[in-house]
Design a protein around this ligand. Structure first.
Ligand SMILES: C[S@@+](CC[C@H](N)C(=O)[O-])C[C@H]1O[C@@H](n2cnc3c(N)ncnc32)[C@H](O)[C@@H]1O
Length: 278
């Protein structure tokens, strides 16, 4: 390990996550929110990545997550000789092989599209596999889906024998989200932090935040072993979680430290205002 930085409740490590994860106690992480390199789709400075490396990391992560904890694995395939590699599915199945449960296969729908080749539709999504170690311990569902017909009205439910039972029910203004989450992506949209875009592949802040809210509680430990520009770390601090972030590239590590450092300073100066909803 070359470097370590402590920024508020975020502990950031520069190095290969295969080595650094080993130093973290077993059964200590409440939630992993991460996105590994997608095959060799992008060139990362100093990245060490292939399926053999993935198998090692998935095995370690499974041990480090608490009973009832969650791993959110955001991933997509590259296209080789006209076909998708299928490695996203291989990875999902390997987590099951390690003993994780597949809690939900969620979709991250992007506003930005990849140009297709002549024989393909536009690629507009990535997978967000949600794995749990045993029975899930935390679920704080986000309810922000606008109901088309809110108000009081009769709602029919069926009895076991098939007959209709009429009940007076209240349809709320908003309901629980579906498991396809859509985010506007791109410069100044995934994040307002200009420095974040010095990394080639950031995921939206809001996406990381929504997973952190959904699958953890304040004070919990959130980990991102592929920290990149520091998106998960920043959102963990925003939501009053502790965080461990690991990044192999010194260039991206510097971006993450800078970005999370600026945010921690902002939180320190404004926490009272934020907590009062100002
Ligand atoms: C898809 S990017 C993550 C981007 C991040 N979610 C963000 O919003 O900025 C994957 C990152 O993993 C890093 N990486 C690749 N292999 C690694 C390894 N073995 N250990 C730690 N980091 C690694 C790469 O350098 C890259 O920054």
């Amino acid at each position: 390990m070359d470097k370590q930085a402590q920024i508020g409740d975020a502990t950031l490590y520069l190095g290969d996550c295969r080595d650094i994860l080993q130093k973290i106690p077993d059964n200590s992480i409440d939630l992993v929110v991460t996105s590994p390199p997608y095959d060799d789709l992008r060139e990362y400075h100093k990245s060490i990545w292939n399926m053999a490396v993935f198998y090692e990391i998935a095995t370690i992560l499974t041990v480090k997550v608490k009973e009832g904890g969650v791993i959110v694995w955001v991933v997509g395939d590259s296209v080789k000789q006209g076909s998708e590699t299928g490695n996203s599915f291989r990875q999902a199945l390997f987590f099951l092989h390690c003993g994780m449960r597949l809690h939900d296969t969620m979709i991250y729908k992007k506003s930005g599209l990849n140009h297709p080749d002549a024989y393909r539709y536009y690629q507009s999504f990535e997978y967000m596999f949600v794995f749990t170690k045993g029975k899930i311990k935390t679920f704080n569902p986000i309810a922000d889906r606008i109901n088309k017909y809110p108000g009081i009205r009769y709602m029919g439910t069926r009895r076991r024998n098939g007959s209709l039972k009429k009940e007076l029910g209240q349809v709320k203004d908003v309901g629980r989200r579906y498991n396809v989450w859509e985010y506007a992506t791109g410069f100044n949209t995934s994040s307002k932090d200009k420095i974040a875009f010095e990394h080639p592949a950031i995921f939206p802040e809001k996406m990381a935040e929504d997973h952190i809210i959904s699958w953890s509680n304040p004070g919990d430990l959130v980990c991102d072993p592929f920290l990149g520009s520091g998106t998960t770390g920043k959102m963990a601090l925003k939501q009053s979680r502790k965080c461990i972030g690991i990044e192999i590239s010194d260039r991206y590590f510097a971006i993450a430290c800078n970005r999370i450092g600026v945010y921690q300073k902002y939180l320190h100066e404004n926490r009272e205002g934020i907590e009062c909803g100002i």
